[in-house]
Write a protein that binds this ligand. Structure first.
Ligand SMILES: NC(=O)c1ccc[n+]([C@@H]2O[C@H](COP(=O)([O-])OP(=O)(O)OC[C@H]3O[C@@H](n4cnc5c(N)ncnc54)[C@H](OP(=O)(O)O)[C@@H]3O)[C@@H](O)[C@H]2O)c1
Length: 251
């Protein structure tokens, strides 16, 4: 991790959950972290808490469903930090929106954030990385849902967006290879993680609690450990994807 000390990481969805836990860890490793989300006050509160750590956290308000917000954010990162070195596409959401009965607007939001936001951020990040040392790292937070279809209709559309993330991981690898870039791309595919994700999906605390108490789920820090491993590998090593389940998760 030493080579990333003093360098710039952008994390989408840094207000809560995996993104927030990762922001904390990267700041402790001495990185200049930019965290974005809509609820920017939560990132600012974390930044205040971390102000005596080795690195720094800067909060930027960005709604990933709006391309202009994303482009403004990258312009700011370029102007204030000289460009991004590690980009973690973490923001994501699910709605309970089956294919036969879901609302189009809910599908659109999942596509906008999980697929288009991730793709726009990846494109803009690679532009900035290539203007720098060309040794950056793109992390795509995927899901076990990007690798198999559960017989559970509430999550079907979400699953379809995450299958796209699986394809995008390989597409990005190929395109970076084609231009002989040393930038690496890695997917991280967790099973159930204890965050606000389930509650946001079902808008029902007892349902979210039931999912998260059926077995010992992953904690955000378990996912962060995998990301720290991936970006800490030497430049000639590309980890393609890490699938990590809670041990007792059967699916
Ligand atoms: N938790 C799980 O069981 C699980 C399992 C597998 C994969 N994942 C994946 O892990 C990633 C992180 O999820 P999490 O578990 O940490 O969920 P979470 O606690 O619900 O956090 C989601 C993050 O995404 C951000 N976000 C959502 N919509 C956004 C938008 N329009 N613009 C900007 N930011 C937006 C949220 O910020 P604001 O609301 O403040 O904007 C929040 O910071 C997601 O990609 C998810 O698909 C989660």
């Amino acid at each position: 991790m030493e080579r990333w000390t003093g360098r710039v990481a952008l994390i989408t969805g840094a207000s809560v959950g995996i993104g927030s836990a990762l922001a904390r860890r990267l700041v402790q490793h001495g990185m200049k972290v930019i965290g974005c989300a809509r609820n920017v006050q939560q990132i600012q509160a974390l930044a205040d808490e971390l102000k005596n750590e080795k690195g720094s956290l800067t909060a930027i308000k960005c709604d990933l469903t709006k391309e202009e917000d994303i482009l403004d954010m990258f312009a700011k990162v370029k102007a204030e930090f000289g460009g991004v070195d590690v980009c973690v596409n973490n923001a994501g959401l699910a709605h309970n929106a089956p294919i036969l009965s879901g609302e189009t607007q809910q599908w659109r939001e999942m596509l906008d954030v999980n697929v288009l936001g991730l793709s726009i951020c990846s494109r803009e990040a690679v532009k900035q990385m290539r203007e720098k040392v060309d040794d950056g790292h793109l992390i795509l937070i995927n899901s076990m849902s990007g690798h198999r279809v559960l017989n559970s209709s509430p999550g079907h559309f979400y699953t379809a967006t995450k299958f796209m993330v699986t394809a995008l991981t390989e597409c990005l690898r190929q395109e970076l290879n084609e231009v002989k870039s040393h930038i690496r791309v890695t997917g991280i595919s967790p099973g159930v993680v204890q965050t606000e994700f389930q509650q946001r999906m079902f808008k029902d605390k007892s349902k979210a609690d039931a999912i998260c108490s059926a077995f010992k789920t992953l904690e955000a820090d378990n996912v962060v450990d995998a990301i720290i491993y991936v970006i800490g590998t030497p430049g000639h090593v590309q980890v393609h994807d890490i699938l990590l389940r809670p041990t007792e998760q059967t699916t």
